[in-house]
Write a protein of this length. Structure first.
Length: 384
């Protein structure tokens, strides 16, 4: 469960219990983890899984089958009219022991694009960005699967006919040794498929970029967030604008499809800082730019310090926490300012003749127009 679907998930839980009172309804995900007692107080759900649920859900299933209660670590549960919050479960140590997802039970033929899927090769993040809940969700630990275990999963996927894989880690390229070992395995076994991953500009170098391009990696996503070094320091990104520029200068030597994200409305942001973000986006010139409104999700330091760090919450409706609709303002930027600047950012970046020419040449135009139109339409509609 995530913030935008919070109310829908609670409503669904109520509908299920109404139609079948004997059904066990369990909630999970970041929103449920950090608002566990509230979730049970506002719905008929029986329990909430706290954090990672691979082992916890097995324990819950066994408990239900034996007629017992969910009275073990990693669960907040309902005991008649009382909500019982248990301690967090210890993080799973051996990620290689977790079975691969059973994808054949899912209607993957309905997915878009077809023959595509995602792989999670690690849990958690060693960094402490104030707007991200990943660190707290995974108990401030970072664990990764072995390169061979990840290779086994993608080999299985290719054998099943998948042609495109997205590595969904917070930072797939964090461990350079593991990245190169994974690349060597792909080459050794002549495994051919398109894949993409996430990364951080201070984790890459030209040797890695060259190696990844040799083994089918054709897409990289980077969260750059701001063009102001003082802002990057405040939100604890751990790199500078100069490193962002240097990384994208190197990326241009290779045929990657690059995506860069930026956040508008961070603590200390004003009109000029947002204009600088737009200028930086044009300077590094990724294939796709995502301009997101700062959103203080539950479980983040930003949420805990709301109204303290030059960020004021203006909306108390979780369904509006979409990253496309302003739910905060700063001392220098109202929600109206943020809406207007968001439109300005998208129009300024995507309505350039040079961008259109490149998108046509790389056959990317159809991937750009629909999401940009959706974001701009959403923001414009919210003005009225």
């Amino acid at each position: 469960m995530t913030a935008p679907i919070y109310y829908s998930a609670l409503e669904l839980a109520n509908l299920i219990k109404h139609s079948n009172s004997g059904a066990a309804v369990v909630l999970g995900g970041p929103q449920a983890t950090f608002l566990d007692e509230e979730c049970l107080g506002r719905s008929a759900a029986d329990a909430v899984v706290l954090g990672e649920g691979e082992q916890t859900m097995l324990d819950i299933a066994a408990s239900i089958e034996s007629g017992g209660m969910c009275d073990f670590d990693g669960v907040t549960y309902r005991d008649e009219d009382t909500v019982v919050k248990n301690p967090d479960r210890r993080p799973i140590a051996g990620l290689d022991n977790i079975p691969f997802p059973v994808r054949h039970l899912m209607p993957t033929e309905k997915y878009s694009p077809p023959k595509s899927t995602g792989v999670i090769s690690s849990m958690g993040c060693p960094f402490r960005c104030i707007f991200c809940a990943s660190s707290n969700l995974y108990h401030k630990t970072f664990r990764s699967r072995s390169a061979y275990n990840v290779f086994e999963e993608v080999a299985h996927l290719v054998a099943q006919g998948y042609e495109n894989v997205t590595m969904l880690d917070d930072n797939f390229i964090l461990n350079k040794e593991r990245v190169f070992e994974f690349a060597d395995l792909l080459e050794e076994h002549n495994l051919k498929f398109d894949w993409s991953c996430t990364g951080c500009v201070d984790s890459i170098d030209e040797d890695m970029l060259r190696r990844l391009s040799e083994v089918g990696c054709n897409g990289l996503f980077f969260g750059n967030e701001s063009a102001a070094n003082e802002t990057l320091e405040v939100i604890r990104k751990g790199f500078t604008t100069e490193q962002v520029i240097a990384a994208f200068d190197v990326l241009k030597k290779y045929n990657y499809t690059t995506t860069a994200s930026f956040m508008i409305g961070l603590p200390g942001d004003d009109q000029q800082k947002v204009i600088d973000i737009i200028s930086l986006a044009k300077r590094i010139n990724p294939d796709f730019a995502m301009f997101l409104v700062t959103t203080p999700y539950a479980g983040t330091e930003l949420y805990e310090k709301i109204d303290q760090d030059d960020i004021e919450l203006t909306v108390n409706d979780w369904s509006q926490f979409t990253l496309a609709k302003p739910v905060v303002c700063t001392s220098a930027l109202s929600t109206k300012d943020l809406r207007q600047l968001l439109v300005k950012a998208y129009v300024s970046f995507y309505m350039r003749a040079s961008f259109a020419a490149r998108a046509v040449a790389k056959k990317q135009l159809r991937f750009v127009l629909s999401p940009v139109k959706a974001v701009v339409t959403s923001v414009v509609c919210s003005l009225f």
